[in-house]
Design a protein around this ligand. Structure first.
Ligand code: ADP
Ligand code: MG
Length: 342
């Protein structure tokens, strides 16, 4: 079911913190990942959608119906949190069936449904176990099964993988995505891990200071971040202050480069962003946007080496990636320089 936030603002009582004029649409079956630094309002957004936090202005609409004043237990949201929030005194299957019991589903039916969901999350043989006997990753699967059991209008996942080891996390994120797609569940996934967001989401929404900075596909937010704040948060890059020195040219202070300046006026101040994979190592001498210098710190990553390349006069090194680090010079193709106006 389609979920829409329409100009939603919220302030915690006696505080300026919260959300500011946030509008966002999650299509039926879509997974939107909400990213942003700690304190940017990600959990607040989920709490408002779930009804755990109330008193916002603007509208929260499910399938055309304004749910703003619907109490939490009537909203039918499937929720999963970082801390598994399972009932330690209940067995695995009773945890999964819990929401169905609240909804007075007969015992045989709710056990059938809970067992089916345990099968889907790969825990069919764990039904009778105690929660305490399960690993963190298994507990999070139980939480997901419990969230899905109530046939939710939307899935709200708040950092579901953050407490898990890297190896479990990588595996479980693929699984969560597959299950979400299988159920065609309209989903908001909060994460502070931009890589997780890019891998899992149909679209990524970036929050900062309670405001939505950009919502776009993973590819778009990576390739065309709308601001320095988004570019700094998503992926690796080198971001340098610059000025339009002529149409099609920018001045970095230590060098002038060709770049697509579009309709920007000469003299405009902005920032130039370059991704490490777009830094060409030791280009031919006649190459445009060639910068001489020397390599700095290196990190060997196997297929690639990620390294700093120092250019005399530059306020910071260029971050670069290639099979073999540049020895004397780098070049950046003009169409790989992304200009950011704010
Ligand atoms: P995130 O999940 O992105 O880390 P939160 O949504 O939890 O951020 O918090 C957003 C802002 O609201 C933060 O500045 C936080 O300190 C503040 N905040 C969160 N919960 C409360 C609360 N119960 N009372 C007052 N301020 C809060
Ligand atoms: Mg949070």
């Amino acid at each position: 079911m389609n979920l829409a936030l329409d100009n939603v603002s919220y302030h915690y009582p006696g505080s300026k913190q919260g959300l500011h004029e946030l509008s966002l649409n999650v299509c039926a079956g879509e997974l939107v990942a909400v990213i942003g630094p700690s304190g940017s309002g990600k959990s607040t957004l989920l709490k408002l959608v779930s009804g755990l936090e109330t008193g916002h202005t603007g509208r929260i609409v499910f399938g055309g119906q304004d749910m703003s004043s619907t109490p939490v237990h009537q909203r039918r949201m499937g929720m999963v949190f970082q801390s598994y929030a399972l009932f330690p005194h209940l067995s695995v299957i009773d945890n999964v069936a819990y929401g169905l019991k609240l909804r007075k589903v007969p015992v045989a039916e709710r056990h059938r449904r809970a067992q089916e969901l345990l099968g889907i999350v790969g825990l069919a043989s764990y039904a009778k176990r105690d929660i305490g006997q399960l690993s963190g990753g298994q507990q999070q699967r139980v939480a997901l099964a419990r969230a899905l059991a109530i046939d939710p209008l939307a899935l709200l996942l708040d950092e579901p993988l953050s407490a898990l080891d890297a190896s479990v996390r990588g595996h479980l994120r693929d699984e969560i995505r597959a299950i979400q797609q299988r159920f065609n569940a309209t989903t908001l996934l909060v994460t502070h891990d931009q890589e997780e967001a890019l891998v899992m989401a149909d679209r990524v929404a970036m929050l900062k200071d309670g405001r939505l900075l950009q919502i776009a596909t993973p590819r778009e937010i990576y390739q065309q971040p709308s601001s320095v704040a988004v570019a700094e948060f998503v992926g690796l890059s080198t971001i340098l202050p610059a000025r339009v020195s002529a149409p099609g040219k920018i001045d970095l202070g230590f060098a002038e480069l060709f770049a697509d300046t579009g309709a920007r006026a000469v003299g405009s101040g902005l920032h130039a962003m370059v991704r490490p994979e777009h830094v060409q190592a030791d280009p031919p001498p006649a190459c445009v946007n060639r910068l001489q210098g020397h390599p700095g710190a290196q990190r060997y990553l196997g297929a690639l080496t990620r390294y700093d390349f120092e250019v005399p006069g530059a306020p910071k090194p260029f971050l670069a990636e290639s099979a073999v680090p540049a020895a004397r010079a780098i070049a950046i193709a003009p169409d790989h320089i992304r200009l950011l106006d704010h």
